[in-house]
Design a protein. Structure first.
Lengths: 218, 148
């Protein structure tokens, strides 16, 4: 049997881009690139919502570039475009912010959230949803936050579903996503063409962004 | 697609993650089309996002430069202030300077050949020269006499 040809080894090791190369990449960003960056950052802010702690999608973009400049993240220009690298950083930072909030609900910067969720008890005292959060087990306050968040998200999901109730293809995609399927799997299972999939995704994109924008007061 | 029961938080997350993946990997011309349909101007977005990135870049460059300058000044200050205690007396400093010229004779032209002998150098000249030598690290390489 003939041996499978092996690809030649790389001639030189990839080097992270220099600051000059990063500067040049920024200068040459196309309309498509900047649209992708903006939409990706908006999508991540919608995804983490309260964990963004009032930081905007532009804060997210700024932080992503800072991390590439200070070497926390690297851009290997021979492997991936600058836009893809920046969006990778945006996703990663958003996940980090979401994780930070989960671990630090009692910190002052989340006070606005506390005030949002505080309520008054029968005796007229303000009850903070974060009281006693240092206890390791899921306590009543954590449960309250969980319940509030779940209720808010239920309303959003129902609103999205209702908006596309008469759009069969969009409903199929939305149900599939909620069920843990990805685009290619749904397309294959429901015999959806690439074009149908893309135009439906655009409709969903527009509708969801509008709803999330209204929800955030954007 | 009944599937197992999922929380609404998870359901919403999955919808947004799939939309996010589509933004990451979908065709660029469709992104532009979506933007126009939403009434946004891709040229305005381009100018704003580029402006934002360039301002971050510029601030970062300035901060790096300021940090480097501060580091250099700290280093200079430590050379002048902390690391070398010159002899307290003028004679002691003259002895040190002489030791330098003897052990590193190649430096003599730099200090004494400007039509002057060592004895012509003032105490202030010698102190200034010793500070320079300390700054250049020369004093570290010289066996210096004990101060009397």
């Amino acid at each position: 049997m003939k041996a499978k040809p092996t690809p030649p080894p790389p001639t030189r090791k990839s080097q992270p881009a220099t600051r000059g190369e990063i500067d040049q990449a920024i200068k040459t960003l196309t309309h498509e690139d900047t649209e992708r960056i903006e939409q990706a950052a908006l999508n991540r802010i919608d995804r983490i919502r309260r964990a963004a702690n009032r930081r905007s999608h532009e804060d997210l973009i700024q932080e992503a570039l800072t991390r590439i400049l200070d070497g926390t993240r690297h851009w290997y220009k021979d492997r991936v475009s600058f836009t893809k690298c920046l969006i990778g950083a945006i996703w990663s930072i958003a996940s980090e912010w979401a994780g930070h909030r989960e671990r630090n609900k009692e910190l002052p910067e989340y006070a606005w959230l506390e005030s949002d969720l505080s309520r008054t008890d029968e005796e007229g005292k303000t009850v903070s949803p974060f009281d006693g959060l240092q206890e390791p087990a899921l306590n009543a306050e954590e449960e309250l936050i969980h319940v509030e968040r779940e209720a808010e998200n239920k309303a959003l999901v129902e609103k999205i579903e209702a908006a596309f109730a008469h759009d069969e293809k969009a409903s199929i995609l939305l149900m599939g996503f909620q069920d843990g399927m990805d685009g290619p799997t749904i397309r294959a299972e429901f015999g959806m063409s690439e074009k149908e999939f893309r135009t439906t995704m655009r409709r969903i994109q527009r509708g969801v962004r509008k709803m999330m924008g209204q929800h955030h007061g954007r | 697609m009944a599937g197992k029961s999922r929380s609404h938080t998870e359901r919403l997350a999955r919808i947004l993650d799939n939309l996010g993946e589509h933004i990451r990997n979908g065709p660029g011309d469709e992104l532009l089309e979506t933007a126009r349909e939403e009434g946004r101007d891709p040229a305005e977005v381009n100018a704003r996002i580029k402006g934002l990135l360039r301002s971050v870049f510029k601030s970062y460059q300035q901060k790096t430069l300021a940090d480097a300058k501060q580091g250099y000044q700290r280093e200079l200050a430590s050379i002048f202030e902390g690391h070398f205690h010159l002899p307290k007396t003028a004679d002691g400093r003259r002895n040190w300077f002489q030791a330098v010229l003897i052990q590193a004779p190649q430096l003599q032209p730099a200090f004494t050949l400007q039509n002057r002998e060592l004895s012509d150098l003032s105490d202030e000249d010698i102190e200034a020269h010793l500070k320079k030598l300390a700054q250049l690290g020369v004093l570290n390489a010289i066996r210096l006499p004990e101060e009397e």
